[in-house]
Design a protein around this ligand. Sequence first.
Ligand SMILES: Nc1ncnc2c1ncn2[C@@H]1O[C@H](COP(=O)(O)OP(=O)(O)O)[C@@H](O)[C@H]1O
Ligand SMILES: N[C@@H](CCOP(=O)(O)O)C(=O)O
Length: 322
Amino acid sequence: MANKKVRVKVPASTANLGPGFDTLGMALNLYAWIEMGAADHTHIELYGDQMQGIPTDKNNLIYEVAQMVFDKAGVSCPELYIAMYSDIPLTRGLGSSASAIVGGLAAANALIGSPFDNDALFQMATSLEKHPDNVGASLFGGLVVAFWDGERAEHIRLEPSDRLEALVAIPDFQLATEKARGVLPQQLSMKDAVFNVGHSSVLVAALASGRLDMISRAMKDALHQPYRAALIPGMETILRDASDHGALGAALSGAGPTLLALVDSESAGKAGLERFLLETLGQENISAATLWLKPDREGTQVITGFNESSTLFEYIQGEVRA
Ligand SMILES: Nc1ncnc2c1ncn2[C@@H]1O[C@H](COP(=O)(O)OP(=O)(O)O)[C@@H](O)[C@H]1O
Ligand SMILES: N[C@@H](CCOP(=O)(O)O)C(=O)O
């Protein structure tokens, strides 16, 4: 083992941004931290309100992805100490599974002296998650435009505008990505395909060039949101009217149920937008928590120079206070 104990910090992500289904993702400043070390017997500690139901044995996703890295590197490390603290809500469309996968891969790689570069980690993460949007954003930070052909994933990272902010409304129910993918059709009309290619292309160009004025018209989708709407009451109204309440545009975050509104930080009327989201969901008897977030620009960070005698929890408290 090249290192005794490693720590990584991984951002949450919002995928699709409307029309960019499975291809567009943005990292958000909401984080999970993972600590990993070799041990005599496997021992997994989970901290934070978001960790209920996550296995603490060798069935844990982070343990499994770490073993994948060791196998690929030809290293044996069957027993691991893993600690994780996360502020990323589970199964809500903010990329918790992608963060766990990317964080587990990055921590395991750092533990054995980083034989793999970020592109190799991206390939592994995409083949596990089966779409590159969340894992790309969590790994590289910023905005990531990507595709996966089943063998290789390619990506381009874009720097988000300084003025871009995100308001998320996180409903109080879970929606597994698998279930929200299960309602999608097997085939699309040529008209809808052309609609999405056009909107996604203009959205990426608008985000890349800082044309925030174009976002509301470009952030429209005919590929997944219409089919998922029945799973998230209130979503159609929010997507249709958020721009009238001060948003640049709105979308289902990932596979949902979280709703995302992009906002120009220089615009007024933020409280009105928040009220609109909560009231619209409230009319459907859905309570939700709102968070104002910024794009994360760093992606996954391997933390160096930390005091090994401090616990992960103590370290995070220090970081949040700093
Ligand atoms: N820290 C973690 N450790 C282990 N498994 C995790 C962790 N975070 C997420 N997962 C797994 O990912 C699932 C959620 O993934 P998914 O349905 O894609 O929703 P999300 O939008 O949050 O990524 C959880 O039910 C759990 O199985
Ligand atoms: N492109 C995927 C994104 C799923 O994101 P998640 O955060 O809900 O896991 C999809 O739309 O299915």
